[in-house]
Ligand binder design. Sequence first.
Ligand code: SF4
Length: 428
Amino acid sequence: MPPKPQFTREDGLYHSFCGLVSVGWLYQKIKDSFFLILGTHTCAHLLQNTLGVMIFAHPRFAVSLLEEADLSSSQPKIAHQIDEICAEYKPSVIFLLSSCTPEVMKVEFEGLAESLSRPDLPVLFVPASGLDYTFSQSEDSVLQALIPFCPIAEPDDKRVVFLGSVNDAIADDFSLEAARLGIPVAGFLPATRFNELPPIGPGTILAPLQPYLSKTATQLRNEREATVLSTLFPFGPDGTRAFWEDLAREFDMNVDLSEREAAAWERIKPHTDILKGKKVFFATDILMELPLARFLRSCGCEVLECSTPYINRRFHARELAQLEGVRLIEQANFDRQLQSITEEQPDLVVSNIITTNPLIGRGVVAKWGTEFAFMPIHGWSGVNTLVQMFTKALKRHAKLDQQGLDPIWTTGLMPSMPGQEDVIPLHQ
Ligand code: SF4
């Protein structure tokens, strides 16, 4: 038996981005859907600020604002809002997303969703509150809600289902690559339309494209007896090669993509030259940290720490094996991380939306991790975008550096965080 991958759980209070934000990419992916969030003004402000640019695109999501009276009843009255949504958007499915306040007030979401469903229009409950979910994990909840609507495939229907939402260009790229290798494809979960969900059964090979979908993968393994491909996630030349070679093996084909991988590395050499030898510290919350850290290691970086909100030993097994020797932390404590950053002086910190700007303000080269969830970085066609996301941050800082920004380890100042004093001297 291979040794169990080692990681530490700090149970820290990490500053995480709310689960509702996944609506921003999911409503665009599932084109005949509507996302209705049962929330408060706080949730509305969050969506307005983070997804505000999309308002002009007539978005298929909305917040049903709860007032005190709604919260005192176990089921808020929102049937008229469902009528309005149907009349204006004609969706095939409505996702009803929970948020913190109604969850704390014990609103009975499942019963509410059931009572709002119609024969031709399912209303599906999606747990997504910021209390329990980081923003990428809510996609896992949405996909779980879709499982009962995936047709059951015949046992001899052996085809791949790609698991995870990627933009249409990347999805086309995966379909074309599968066709090129002779791998039969049943579809994507999620599909672009609700009535095009792929059939899933004992012959299905589930190929996860996103590292934050362990609940959906586990449920499909248990309930539909599907096989979950154990491989690297398709990020970077190394991950993409392993992904396709392992997938082909499931279909009794031996393919050698070493030349393809070498060509992809050659294409991004100007970037890997910049990254080689750089010390990188992951302090973000996107649940993509493991494959991103593995990719940077393959680029020649030294990964000082890779922390992530959640590690699933089985779903992430192959990535964990590649990160042997790296300090792996689940639910990191941010105060401890600040100390480590100060002592270890990384060249690049991948941090979250709340902590990036304060770090940059103190001269640390920090990259906003959330961006990785929105960018086309998968497969062979995503390699350039992926590597540039890291090198852009380094290049930008090199320019700013000439303007005299000193990092925290030379000024002895820590970034201010919400609820902390403005400036805290180090090593008190
Ligand atoms: Fe804030 Fe919770 Fe609403 Fe998210 S769901 S915006 S964390 S109140």
